[in-house]
Write a new protein. Sequence first.
Lengths: 199, 199
Amino acid sequence: MADHIHPIFDRLLTRDDYEQRLGQRGKVLWLTGLSGSGKSTLAIQLERKLFEAGFFSKVLDGDNIRTGINNNLGFSEAERMENIRRISEVARLFLDTGIICINAFISPKRAMRDMARSIVGPGDFIEIYVNATLDICESRDVKGLYQKARQGMIKGFTGIDDPYEPPFAPDLEIRTDLVELEDGVDQIFAYLRPLIALA
Amino acid sequence: MADHIHPIFDRLLTRDDYEQRLGQRGKVLWLTGLSGSGKSTLAIQLERKLFEAGFFSKVLDGDNIRTGINNNLGFSEAERMENIRRISEVARLFLDTGIICINAFISPKRAMRDMARSIVGPGDFIEIYVNATLDICESRDVKGLYQKARQGMIKGFTGIDDPYEPPFAPDLEIRTDLVELEDGVDQIFAYLRPLIALA
């Protein structure tokens, strides 16, 4: 078997092989916004809509990342960067497998999202600003986190005692305080569709 | 939109949704063995054979992991464990997406592989011992690593100055010093096929 052992790089299936099989182009969607802005809800519904339209996508969010690969990371500045770095690398692995990877993370700092874009590759990175006013997000308070932050039980909570830096020029902005969920999903889908269609 | 925001767990597409779409069951194959034993070569050829048979798999190996998500890890004992932990978590994400994830890593210690099995879930973890004698592996020395280890330029090299702990009861053992590459691939494929077939 020794004769058959070669460097691996040019021998694995390529992203194009996977994409042809799946009948789509892979992309990385990056949903950023305050806690409670609706990122995960949009991600879930978008995944479903894509699936029903014959596309294959994968959602990464706090629930499957913070409990798994990033379960040994805290919330210091450095750990938050490392959190986003690992997520970006995982997203790239899905991208390289031809999959549409939908990421739903607050990712409050521009530097974080710039790093994510750089790891994924700018041509495949779609930044979506999921925007609702802090008042609205706080009034939703799905997980009771804003209340805890206001009571000082959580420190460094984005929007309360840690700033959120909105994207300067997102590829899309979804105003979840102004549009219905379904319309928000449709906006993303309409934007995405030509980008994931095979030529 | 506030009314539509719910906890995410039961709303995302399930592994079964993905599996039905791909027409297969996801599994995690874990190829362990000495450097030069042929893990990556088997992984590459297996991926290709699966693909041609209509299955969808993904290879994780040093080339796409050590240069990506684990590019901030060295080779201390703790970092080697963390290396395997992160790989296992990535494999689980692919598994949860219905994909057959083929992992090719020396993973020399039983404790490492036990951790991997535990993260992936024992029912989905297939341990494959890629076995060739040290002499054979060293004579192949594809990347010149054995030579460097013998010269003391690499410390803690598995098989030279760091022990390899063979699996006690692997699901499969492929003797790459005794069988042809194609036969090794066929052995794995034959074992795997009933496990990835949809009922």
